[in-house]
Design a binder for this molecule. Structure first.
Ligand code: FE2
Length: 318
């Protein structure tokens, strides 16, 4: 079983790869999404589901790109303010199996109308949820901003209060996996720590200490968040799907026969020392540190990895 957080520096965006039983799901993928494919492949997992917690306003979702590469189904909440052309709608109580894990959709509007939390269950240990992907409803030490609907300030702040109490009802054992950490423009008081539980937030999160719904609403409508001008563009792209980011060309693998036919005059073997010692091709040289821990010429290694043939590597590096 796998649960890995992938952080995008700068945006403090947190996405997650989870896997079990040969299947994997990604929650809120970023746009440069090779990392999910590579990590899933390394674990022998096929990405079958992509879950979006809401129509993000501070980044362009990688969901349509990743779905195109993997054939995975994209799930998005109801009421996104337009048609999310690449996604199907998930609603309260919808359940999706990822191996022995179950992801259950829970509608948690307030930050946005479409915010979904995804509750994580482990069928082997059924007494209560293991975790919850909270999107921008609940962060560690903070809660989502509610200033995106200027004409409905009090209404949406109240919706967030209700959503937060749905999350709190999952039980204190529930680990929370938010979509952002400290430094994000989606909140102002997030903790430096990116791990917590419902129980810890219940007693420590300052935004969960208000005595009444009205007191919480009064606080939220008085907040003053900065809205960068690119927010509107991100929102539009996250409905339409946008244009995929250019990909770095990866070298194709050569068979031994292809290698022989390439007429290469030099070959640098970049495998680990033990692998090299166990058998090597032709008259290859391992031009790296014998202990394998420190690579003296990392640029050389990277260049060779990205070349399309040994001869190309030879031209560019040797
Ligand atoms: Fe957001």
């Amino acid at each position: 079983m796998l649960l890995e957080k992938i952080k995008t520096p700068g945006l403090s965006h947190l996405s997650y790869l989870i896997g079990s039983g040969g299947q994997a799901a990604v929650i809120d993928p970023r746009r440069d999404c090779e990392i999910y494919v590579e990590k899933a492949r390394a674990e022998g997992l096929a990405i079958t589901h992509i879950f979006e917690t809401h129509r993000n306003e501070d980044l362009v979702s990688g969901a349509p790109v990743l779905a195109g590469w993997t054939g995975a189904k994209v799930l998005h909440g109801p009421n996104p303010g337009g048609e999310v052309v690449y996604a199907e709608t998930a609603r309260e109580g919808d359940r999706f199996e990822i191996g022995q894990l179950v992801i259950e959709a829970m509608e948690t509007p307030g930050h946005t109308d479409d915010n979904l939390a995804y509750v994580l269950h482990d069928r082997e240990y059924p007494k209560g949820p293991v975790g919850v992907f909270t999107g921008d409803a609940l962060f560690v030490g903070d809660v989502g901003r509610t200033d995106f609907y200027p004409d409905r300030k009090r209404e949406v702040a109240g919706l967030l209060w209700d959503s937060l109490h749905k999350i709190l009802a999952l039980g204190d054992q529930t680990i929370i996996y938010p979509a952002h950490g400290a430094g994000s423009v989606c909140g102002s008081g997030m903790a430096e720590r990116e791990f917590s539980t419902v129980g810890h937030e219940r007693t420590n999160n300052p935004r969960l200490q208000f005595a009444s719904r009205d007191a919480f609403i009064d606080f939220k409508v008085a907040e003053n968040h900065y809205q960068p001008p690119y927010f509107r563009l991100m929102e539009r792209l996250n409905l339409e799907g946008g244009t995929p980011a250019p990909r770095i060309a990866r070298p194709s693998n050569l068979s031994l026969a292809q290698l022989r036919e390439s007429n290469a005059t030099h070959l640098v073997d970049i495998r680990e020392p033990m692998a090299y010692a166990s058998g090597r091709c032709c008259q290859s040289n391992r031009n790296l540190s014998p202990i394998g821990a420190a690579i003296p010429f990392p640029g050389l290694v990277q260049t060779i990895r990205f070349c399309h043939s040994v001869r190309a590597a030879e031209r560019r590096v040797l």
